[in-house]
Write a protein that binds this ligand. Structure first.
Ligand code: ADP
Ligand code: ADP
Length: 226
């Protein structure tokens, strides 16, 4: 099944910033895809549109067959997003943050508490469940963002520059976690400007530059060309 189908997607900010100039690509269920490109290429805009945080100018986006124009809620339920920046309320505890997120998806409280326990354990944050997010280390904050994105058990996890500015140890452990999650069946799409990260993790790669797709290929085929 096709997890994400994007056709002729365009985005213009204001009058004349043509961030996306009509991109098309598909992500198959179970895939692990990197959206690679330099700063300003259009990566964040693309995932912003897929997650309905940014309005598109034209084109279509389907998530597991659900058009974001006509079946937005169903499309959203399939996706967990890990944004680039931390955006937690500082004084809420790890568990509160996760339970609140579950609330946004209409998950009943009892189930939300269970889910929170599950994802906090999965991300090795259970010991920190009562710690306010401001007191977490950088690596823990990253893990909390992933835990939060997984609370509604999305079929697709989308991460915007997941390892930007983190040290090599944290990066390695995140790579390991994401690889496992993908092996368990979650489709993963991440943006990165590190070719090495894409190479380590991803099966397929879509390279974007100046709002256009310049390459869409398997990682293997790309490496063979280098
Ligand atoms: P990337 O994530 O690859 O760095 P972006 O999608 O953030 O690229 O940006 C693509 C282009 O759109 C850039 O030229 C950027 O300056 C512009 N852009 C992004 N967001 C906005 C915005 N909110 N308003 C105006 N221009 C924007
Ligand atoms: P406990 O005492 O068992 O750790 P709390 O009663 O402190 O749990 O609840 C944790 C947080 O989750 C609180 O901030 C509460 O307001 C919030 N919360 C509980 N249920 C929901 C829900 N269904 N949706 C959103 N937030 C919730």
């Amino acid at each position: 099944q096709t997890a994400i189908k994007i056709s002729n997607l365009k985005k213009t900010y204001g009058e004349d910033v043509h961030a996306l100039k009509g991109i098309s690509f598909e992500v198959e269920e179970g895939d692990f895809v990197a959206l690679l490109g330099p700063n300003g290429a259009g990566k964040s805009t693309t995932i912003g549109i897929i997650c309905s945080l940014v309005n598109k100018s034209s084109g279509t986006v389907e998530v597991f067959g659900h058009s974001i124009d006509t079946e937005l809620e169903a499309a959203k339920r399939c996706i967990g997003l890990v944004p680039q920046e931390y955006n937690f309320s500082q004084f809420e505890t790890c568990r509160q943050i996760i339970v609140n997120q579950a609330g946004y998806y209409g998950i009943p409280r009892k189930e939300a508490m269970g889910r929170a326990e599950e994802v906090l354990k999965q991300l090795s944050l259970w010991e920190k469940r009562n710690t306010p997010s401001k007191d977490l280390s950088g690596g823990m904050k990253r893990r909390l963002m992933i835990a939060r994105a997984l609370v509604h058990q999305p079929k697709i996890l989308i991460l915007d520059e997941p390892t930007a500015g983190v040290d090599i140890e944290i990066r390695r452990s995140m790579w390991e976690f994401l690889t496992q999650l993908n092996q368990q069946g979650t489709t993963i799409v991440l943006t990165t400007h590190y070719l090495e990260e894409a190479e380590q993790l991803c099966r397929n790669i879509t390279i974007i530059n100046h709002g256009q797709i310049v390459k869409n290929t398997s990682m293997k085929a790309l490496i063979a060309q280098l």
